[in-house]
Each structure stands twice: as structure tokens, then as C-alpha cells.
Design a protein around this ligand. Structure first.
Ligand SMILES: C[S@@+](CC[C@H](N)C(=O)[O-])C[C@H]1O[C@@H](n2cnc3c(N)ncnc32)[C@H](O)[C@@H]1O
Length: 263
């Protein structure tokens, strides 16, 4: 198992990489902002509600919740570059007065107990090493009656060695759990489950999308328009093929857990 600091450095190296930004765009989870909006509806988020976006990345979801619903959102993520991009997007979208972005680990971020109406975690819990400590912190940060919305990669069987290292963990696969295990984790820390759903098609839709963008990047590279390492493209294609096989076999998937802190 990798250490927390190894994992944090790997997240920074991965998510700050220009190729990742090129292929993944601004929203870094399967289902994209459409799924974020649907989860926000189920969480009944609305104007003025205080929302914590844990592992906010480049802030796409946080900015969308502020812009379309009027939520007041705090985003926390590990990469300074992502946090700066999130602040810039919020300013461009004129929601900087509704958003705040902090570069910190969830476990150390200066946030008040019982101070959030909702906590969103999109493709983050799978990455976190100490999942118990993370969920315990979420419980503490939520006000009584507040809602947690978790969407993440699910795994229903052993993963091949290539998808178990620190890079695969930073990429949300190596540390993924079965959907029920995410639910049990939240229950163990005092939250009541409201919904537990496998989001069929989200994982394969995501892989299709990434494959298409990778193809565009490869063409750009071959035409000399994109300064990409051919080895990186080769490895990414192999990983995608492997992941697609696991999705087809029902080993990898994507799921949603909605849970509430008792009022
Ligand atoms: C797959 S990206 C998802 C980003 C964002 N939620 C989205 O959907 O666009 C994972 C993000 O989680 C962040 N992350 C991982 N572990 C974290 C932790 N312990 N505390 C705060 N952020 C964390 C990483 O910095 C990275 O930006």
C-alpha cells in the first residue's frame, strides 16, 4: 500500500498533467456535469445552501452548483494548480462571491463542524487511503439533517496487478470498493442511507468519451500539433482497453450513495 504523501504526490502529478486535462476536460468524473446536476436534484440542493465539494479538482461541479442553483460552495482539493484553475473559472462565471477553493487534504482543511448542509464527493472516496477517517470528517462537517452525495468507481472482484498501483489508486480504480462497502462505510460513521444505486452505462459512457478524446489527441500528436509523449498515449490506450474489458465483465462500474446525518 502507498503512503498518504505518495498518493498526494501522484494525484498532483496526474491531475496537473496537461495530457490529463486535455483528455478529461474540466469535469473529472464519469457522468460529468449532467450526473452532478442529477445528484444535486436528488440531494435537493438549492439557493443559499452551504455545500462542501470534497476533491473538487478544477472546480467544474462547484461552479455549476453555484451558478445554476445559487449554492455557496467550498471546494477542497490537493493540487494547487487545480485550485487556481477553479478560482479562475469561478471568476469567469461570475460566481466567485459564492465559491471558495482551498488547497488541502480533507482531513486537515480548516472547516467548521456542523457547518455544511451538504457534502459532495465525486470520484474521491475511492482515492482516499483512510476512508474511515474521511467519512468521519464528513459526518463532523455536516449539520444534523445534512446530506452526503457520493459517486464513485465500484469494483466487484479482483483487479489485475496493472490496476492496483498508486497511479491506479490516484485514478480512482485501485482503491475502489463495492457499492455496498461504500454504503457500509457511511453507516459505520452514523449516516443513514437514502439511496444506493449502480449507475449502469455511466462507466462505459465515460470510457467511450475518453477513448474518443484520446484518439483526437493522438491525431493531434501525429500531426505535430500537440506535444504529447507517444508512450503516454500507448499506455493510456492499453489501460482503457483493460478497463473496458472489466466494465464489460461487470467488475468495474460506477455508483451513487446518498446518505443523511440524523437530524
Ligand atoms: C478524479 S478527481 C475528481 C475531481 C472532481 N471531483 C471532479 O469530479 O471533477 C479526484 C480529486 O480528488 C482530490 N483528492 C484526493 N484525495 C483527497 C483528499 N484526501 N483531500 C482532498 N482532495 C482529495 C484530488 O486532489 C483530485 O483533484
Amino acid at each position: 500500500m502507498s503512503t498518504d504523501s505518495e498518493l498526494a504526490s501522484c494525484c498532483t502529478a496526474l491531475y496537473d498533467h496537461p495530457a490529463v486535462q486535455l483528455v478529461m476536460g474540466e469535469s473529472w468524473h464519469p457522468g460529468g456535469l449532467r450526473l452532478t446536476e442529477s445528484v444535486a436534484r436528488e440531494m435537493r440542493l438549492g439557493p443559499g445552501m452551504r455545500v462542501l465539494d470534497v476533491g473538487c479538482g478544477r472546480g467544474a461541479s462547484a461552479v455549476r452548483l453555484a451558478k445554476s442553483l445559487g449554492c455557496r460552495v467550498v471546494g477542497v482539493s490537493l493540487e494547487q494548480q487545480s485550485i487556481e484553475a477553479a478560482r479562475a473559472t469561478a471568476a469567469r462565471q461570475q460566481v466567485d462571491h459564492l465559491t471558495e477553493f482551498i488547497c488541502a487534504d480533507l482531513l486537515e482543511a480548516p472547516l467548521g463542524s456542523d457547518s455544511f448542509d451538504a457534502v459532495l464527493m465525486e470520484c474521491v472516496l475511492s482515492i482516499v487511503q483512510d476512508k474511515d477517517a474521511a467519512v468521519s470528517r464528513i459526518f463532523d462537517l455536516l449539520r444534523p439533517g445534512g446530506c452526503a452525495g457520493v459517486t464513485d468507481v465500484t469494483v466487484a472482484g479482483p483487479l489485475p496487478d496493472g490496476l492496483r498501483g498508486v497511479l491506479a489508486t490516484a485514478g480512482c480504480v485501485g482503491g475502489a470498493r463495492p457499492l455496498e462497502a461504500y454504503g457500509e462505510l457511511l453507516v459505520r460513521h452514523g449516516l443513514d442511507i437514502e439511496e444506493l444505486s449502480e449507475l449502469l452505462d455511466v462507466a462505459s459512457g465515460f470510457l467511450r468519451d475518453v477513448k474518443g478524446k484520446l484518439l483526437v489527441a493522438e491525431i493531434g500528436m501525429k500531426l505535430g500539433k500537440l506535444p504529447l509523449d507517444p508512450e503516454l498515449i500507448r499506455v493510456a490506450k492499453l489501460l482503457l482497453t483493460e478497463a473496458q474489458g472489466l466494465v464489460n465483465a461487470g467488475v468495474l462500474g460506477y455508483g451513487l450513495v446518498l446518505a443523511r446525518k440524523p437530524g
